[in-house]
Each structure stands twice: as C-alpha cells, then as structure tokens.
Design a protein around this ligand. Structure first.
Ligand SMILES: Nc1ncnc2c1ncn2[C@@H]1O[C@H](COP(=O)(O)OP(=O)(O)OP(=O)(O)O)[C@@H](O)[C@H]1O
Ligand SMILES: [Mg+2]
Length: 234
C-alpha cells in the first residue's frame, strides 16, 4: 500500500510500480482508495465539496470516517481479496494508514482504529516522504481543485499524523519509508528496491549494476537502512 500527503506522488508511483512488477511477469492490480465502487464515489463527492451537511454545514466527519471504513471493506471484498485469491498482486494508492493520518484530525484515534479493525493489514505500507510545502506545490502546479483536507497547515498536521502512525507501527504492517522528493524515476527505483527487499530479498538490476561498478559501495544503502530503522522501531 502506498501512502503519503496529497501530492506526494502515490498515484504516479503506484502506476509505475505496477508496470515494473508486470514486466517481471507478475499479475498486478493497481487500485486506489477511495475506491471506484459506490461508497468510494460518495466519498469523492464529499472530498470535492459537492456533498455537504444540512444548511451547507460541513459533512459530519464521523460519518465520513465511517464511509472510508465501509469503502475499505467493500474494496477488500470486491477487488483485493479476489485478486490475491487468484495469485495476483495488489498495489493500493492509499489504505488504512490514510485513515489514521486524516480522520484523526477530527476524531479520536481509538474510534478510527476500531471502525477499521476488520480491514486486513497489508504485507507492506510504503510511505512516500515529501514535506507538506513541496507536496502542495506539486498539487498547485497541476492546477488541481483544492479538496477538503488541502491547505498547508492541515497538511502539516496530516504529516504529523502519518509520522505518529508509522513510527508507532500504527498501520499494523511492516513499513518502508522512501524519500519522495527526488525525481519521479529516482523515487520509482527506491520504491522498487523496497519492494524487492521485502518480497524477494533482492536488489533491482539497476542497483546491482551500480554496485558492481563501485565495488564495496551499494547504491541506495542509505534508503535501505532507513527502511530497516523504521521497521525496527515498530
Ligand atoms: N518525484 C516527483 N517529482 C516531481 N513531480 C512529481 C513527482 N512525483 C509526482 N510528481 C507530480 O506531482 C503531481 C502529483 O503527483 P501524484 O498525482 O502522483 O500525487 P498523489 O500523491 O497521488 O496526489 P493526490 O493526493 O492529488 O492524489 C503530478 O503532477 C506528478 O506528475
Ligand atoms: Mg493521487
């Protein structure tokens, strides 16, 4: 599961990781939350501010958190479990940790955890680490319409929420942190390296070649030790 602030690059990297794993002959479903299902569509109307509460008041945040949790279980049942059962891989652009980071802005963490208790924990949560300012700059450069949780102060609080969730092992699954500020291709290489290390105990070809060119040094070693450090602090 890929996680990060709005604009961190999760959609870009989920798609690229899907391409890279397919190139290795794997069957891969690249999916996202909110899902493409009926509850996901409803959530998007709330995030896009097209669905509000009575008299134009904000949509109730507890109700929104429940929609996210309901969408997650529907997503798991309708897309994730069938793909895994047929031997495929699933890459999701956002999952449970997003709820820990965003829904706890307005709600107690135990409530958010409780309503997500039945969502299966992923094999790996991969966090794209990008400062709130840089992530917002990317969103603005895209010309994206501002969404519900999108302003700098809020994104900084979301970043703290992510940090808390990830360092406390809040996702309930192994965590890898990848520096998301580098170029798209460099981030993709780091994401691939983290996946290979977790699932194949191997390094990607580009990294092996670089290491061979420089005996005694391993490109990406800093990234890997960061992953290991985060994993150990869980
Ligand atoms: N490493 C990168 N360097 C520079 N620009 C990037 C990088 N990764 C993504 N971008 C650009 O930043 C924008 C946001 O990327 P993307 O849509 O993948 O982010 P996201 O995390 O999915 O954001 P959202 O929360 O809007 O879904 C896009 O225009 C994308 O091309
Ligand atoms: Mg996205």
């Amino acid at each position: 599961m890929l996680e990060g602030l709005d604009g961190a690059g999760t959609t870009t990297q989920a798609a690229e990781l899907g391409r890279r794993l397919r190139a290795r002959g794997l069957t891969v479903l690249v999916t996202a939350e909110p899902s493409r299902g009926p509850i996901g569509s409803l959530i998007r109307t709330v995030l896009g501010k097209r669905l509000v509460g009575p008299a134009g008041r904000p949509f109730d945040r507890g109700a929104l958190a429940l929609l996210f949790a309901a969408d997650r279980l529907d997503h798991v049942a309708s897309e994730i479990v069938p793909t895994l059962a047929s031997g495929g891989w699933v890459i999701s652009d956002r999952y449970f940790v997003s709820s820990l980071a965003y829904q706890t802005l307005d709600l107690p963490e135990p409530f958010v955890r409780q309503i997500n208790e039945r969502a299966p924990r992923p094999d790996l949560t991969l966090f794209l680490d990008v400062p709130a300012e840089a992530a917002l700059r990317r969103r603005r450069a895209e010309g994206a319409a501002p969404e519900l949780f999108e302003d700098l102060a809020l994104q900084r609080r979301v970043a703290l929420g992510y940090r808390r969730a990830l360092t406390e092992g809040g996702g309930g699954s192994p965590v890898a942190v990848v520096d998301g500020t580098a170029s798209i291709a460099a981030v993709s290489d780091a994401v691939e390296a983290a996946i290979l290390e977790r699932f194949f105990s191997a390094r990607p070809a580009s990294e092996r070649r670089a290491a061979e060119r420089r005996p005694g040094r391993s490109v990406g070693a800093a990234g890997r030790s960061k992953v290991a450090r985060v994993a150990r602090t869980r």
